[in-house]
Design a protein around this ligand. Sequence first.
Ligand code: PLP
Length: 479
Amino acid sequence: MGDENDKYEAAQEQMKECDHRRNEDYCTNGGNSHNVAADDDEKCVTKKLKLSFITEAEIRQEFAHHQRGIARLNNGSFGSCPASIIAAQKVWQHKFLQQPDDFYVNHLQKGILCSRSVIKSLINADHVDEVSLVDNATTAAAIVLQHVGWAFAEGRFQKGDAVVMLHCAFQAVKKSIEAYVTRAGGSVIVVQLPFPVHSVEEIVAEFRKGLAKGKALGGRIRLAIIDHITSMPCVVIPVKELVTICREEGVERVFVDAAHAIGNVHIDVKEIGADFYVSNLHKWFFCPPAVAFLYCRKAPISSDLHHPVVSHEYGNGLAIESAWIGTRDYSSQLVVPEVLDFINRFDGGIEGVRKRNHDAVVQMGLMLAKAWGTRLGSPPEMCPSMAMIGLPPSLGLASDDDALYLRNHLRDTFSVEVPIHYQAQKDRQIGAKSNEEYATGYVRISHQVYNIQDDYIRLRDAINQLVHDGVTCNMLRKE
Ligand SMILES: Cc1ncc(COP(=O)(O)O)c(C=O)c1O
C-alpha cells in the first residue's frame, strides 16, 4: 500500500513537470490548435537531459504488477503499461473526479493537444491538426471506411469500385470493409502475400500482381489498406514501396494499418506518404489501454472525415471531434507526455527501445529455431519486436483450432503465453524453398523491455517436452 502511495506521489510530481509544459503559451489557446507554430510543438516534447538511465531493477519494479510465473511472450496483442504510467493515469482520473467542471474547461483539451503534439513530432507529421487521438486501430479503420461508405451512398463512388486489402489484414478491419464497403456495393480485391517470406522483393512482386488482377476487373480502386506490420503471421511490410506502387497505379487513397508500429518500427509519415496512418499507443508505446493516433494528411480530404461517435464538435475537424465524444475517461490519451518521459529513461529513447527489443527477439527466435530444427518465418530485417518461428512438424498442427488447443495447453500446463499461427497448405506453396520451411505451425514471440531470456527458454523446453512425449495436436483436441 505504501509502495502504491509512493508511486502516486511520484506521478503527481512528474505531472507537475508535464503540466508546466502543457501550460506553455501554445497550450493556453483552449484546444484550438490552428494557431500552433512548429516551434511550439517542441515544448511538449523536449525535456531536461537524463543523467542516468533506467536500471534493470527499476524495469522489474515498473512491471511488478504482471502476474508472476508467466512467460509473457505476447506483448503484441495487448501491450503493457509500466507502474509509473498507471500512477500518472490515476492522477488524471482523480483530477477529473475532484473537480469535473474545472477539468473539462481548463485541462482536458489542453492535455489532449499536448499529447497530439508529442505524437506529431515523433512521426514527423507536418501539423498537429493531422493527428487525432482515438480509442484504437479498430476505431480508426471505422473512420476511414465510413468515409468510403458515404462516397458510395452519395454517388461519388460507383458500384464495383474497389478497396484493396492484404489477405492477412486484421479480422476487425475485414469486418469493417464488409460493413462499410461491400454493403454499399463496393468490391474487395485481396492481395495474397507469401509466408514464409524471404525478402521484401517477394512482397512487392505479389502486391504488384494482386493490384494488376484487381485493376483488370474494371472498377476504380478507391482505397488500399496496407498493414505496416501484419498481425498474424507477423511480418514488417515495405509500406513506403507499396504506397509508391499504389500512387503509380492510380489507387486514390492509401490507409496504413500500423496498429503495432509506434515503438516497434521507425515511423516517418511524410516519407511513407500514405493518406491515413494509424498506430495503437497501447501496444508498443506503453500507454494504458486504449488509445491510438490516426494521422490524416491534411489536404485534400481530411475535412470530410468524422468520428463515428458524433458529439458537440461535429464538423470541427477530426482531431477536435475525437477529443470530445461525450463524457468518458480520457486519461489514457492524457498520459502521452509522461509515457514519452518513461521511454526517454532508456538509452536511445524510442529508437533505443525499438532496437533493443528487435535485437533480442531475433536472438531468441534464432535460439528457438535452432532448438526445434526449424526456421524464422521471415528474415531478421523483416521482424519488428516480434518474430515467427516454425514449430516442429511432429506436433501435427493442421488447423486454426489446433493452434488454439496448443496455445491453451502451453498456458495451462507450462504457464507460457504465446500466440500460435496455423499456416494453411495453399499459402505455403508461394515462395517456399526447402522442406525445413514446411512448418504448418509458427509461434509469434514478442520482446518487450520486461522480458528475460528465461521466458523463451521456458517456451523452448515446453515444446521440446511435448515432442519428447510424442504429444500431437490431435491428442490435445481430445483432452
Ligand atoms: C494489424 C492490426 N490492426 C488492427 C488491430 C486492432 O487493434 P485494436 O484492438 O487495438 O483496435 C490489431 C490488433 O492487434 C492489429 O494487429
